[in-house]
Design a protein around this ligand. Structure first.
Ligand code: GTP
Ligand code: MG
Length: 399
């Protein structure tokens, strides 16, 4: 027989087997979907006059722990999920950060070419600018790199890498205190403590679609995993779906959500109800979600100020976290300034860092606001939130 026929026959058999394998795989996937794998709550994407649509990004689902029975016992309606363990989560998220195409690696690739031409230096500069390090920081960093390269008189990638690591770490600033303030606060004068003393309060603010509600839910899970008792407040009364979204997160992790049954209710009064409920329950932390708002809508910024003032009546709010979408980069800076003036930001949550090479925004936002990035969102999964760790971040960029 002609060898060409033998080859063709073997190929045909392979194709047939491959097709069969693909078919069975897809069928199995469909079956398991029908069984209902848990997925993060949907958000209502109806356009609102409050601002632009969220720049939804997507990434692989990960880290959703299997549901376990609610304390109600078998047959109970609610099932509460057990959050992923902290070491497990950190390991997974570090890998995700490293996999997100850090700009450091692109810079290293150029640096390791040896004798750097003017074009090579320009390429490095472009990479840093694209990563949203900002013009000032990039210029300073470039100058330092050029100087060090001359001083060291080396083309050894390891030596250059060490210089770059030092520079980036200094920029990210490992000396900042990034812990969340979760100590039980001193009650404000005039707050009736007969039914309980106020919990540590966290207020989540930001423009539309940055990930505030998702972060409230993820954060509640982290706190629960740390054996803290939590109450959440749905002070986004603008859309009924917003309270629903938070309630779903609450159910998943077994946290009570205080909400108004009436759409358009005063968000400040819902926030205060949540604060009072947390005090009555003797909870450790109360996390209050707010509606997304554009920084140029003065009325909405005033509303936010009122929410904070009303919460302060129980005890000073310990954390006001500004949730910024990393993929919007430098556009986030103006928002950040206005929010900071309105409610005094104590920390930044940088979401959607998965799948963006714009990690440089960490440096810019801290420098401009003087407020540390405290948490990072690395995916849509329920356990995709991590404390921001400067060394881990820089190492991931240069991995
Ligand atoms: N990839 C990725 N997606 C995220 C992350 N955080 C949030 N999201 C997604 O971003 C979208 C918006 O999240 P929400 O939490 O509803 O945003 P929000 O700020 O509450 O939105 P508004 O209340 O409308 O202002 C959702 O599809 C989330 O799943 C993250 O860290 N990574
Ligand atoms: Mg929301």
């Amino acid at each position: 027989m002609d060898p060409i026929y033998v080859v063709l026959a073997v190929l045909a058999v392979f194709l047939l087997l491959g097709g069969l394998w693909l078919y069975t795989r897809r069928r199995r996937g469909r079956l398991s979907q029908d069984r209902g794998t848990p997925s993060p709550p949907d958000r209502d994407t109806a356009p609102t006059e409050r601002g632009q649509e969220p720049s939804g990004t997507s990434s692989g689902q990960a880290g959703v722990a299997p549901p376990v029975e609610a304390p109600g016992g078998p047959g109970g309606v609610a099932t509460v999920e057990a959050p992923e363990s902290i070491p497990g989560r950190m390991q997974r998220l570090r890998a995700r950060l490293a996999g997100s195409g850090g700009f450091g690696r692109a810079v290293l690739a150029v640096l390791s070419r040896g004798d750097l031409s003017e074009e090579d230096w320009e390429e490095i500069e472009d990479t840093l600018l694209t990563a949203d390090l900002g013009l000032d920081v990039t210029t300073a960093l470039m100058e330092e790199l050029r100087t060090q390269a001359r001083v060291l008189d080396t083309t050894d990638p390891q030596a250059v890498r060490a210089v770059l690591r030092d520079q980036l770490l200094t920029l990210v600033d490992p000396t900042l205190d990034r812990s969340l303030s979760l100590d039980r606060p001193i009650p404000a004068e005039g707050f009736d403590t007969s039914s309980g003393s106020p919990a540590a309060a966290i207020l989540m603010v930001g423009v539309n679609g940055t990930g505030k509600t998702t972060t409230c839910g993820k954060l509640a899970r982290v706190l629960v995993a740390q054996d803290k008792t939590v109450v959440m407040g749905a002070a986004d009364t603008f859309r009924a779906a917003a309270a629903e979204q938070l309630a779903t997160w609450g159910e998943r992790v077994g946290v009570e959500v205080v909400r108004s049954q009436r759409e358009g209710a005063d968000p400040a009064s819902v926030a205060f109800d949540a604060v009072r409920r947390a005090a009555e329950q003797g909870s450790d932390v109360v996390v209050v979600d707010t509606a997304g708002r554009l920084q140029n809508k003065a009325g909405l910024m005033d509303e936010l100020g009122k929410i904070k003032r009303v919460m302060d009546r129980a005890a000073p709010v310990g954390e006001v976290l500004l949730v910024l979408d990393a993929t919007t980069g430098q556009n986030g800076m103006r928002q950040a300034q206005v929010f900071s003036e309105a409610v005094g930001i104590t920390g930044i949550v940088l979401t959607k860092l998965d799948g963006t090479a714009k990690g440089g925004i960490v440096v810019t936002v801290q420098k401009e606001l003087g407020v540390p990035v405290k948490l990072v969102g690395l995916g849509e999964g329920a356990d995709d939130l991590a404390p921001f760790d400067p060394e881990g971040f820089v190492d991931a960029l240069l991995a």
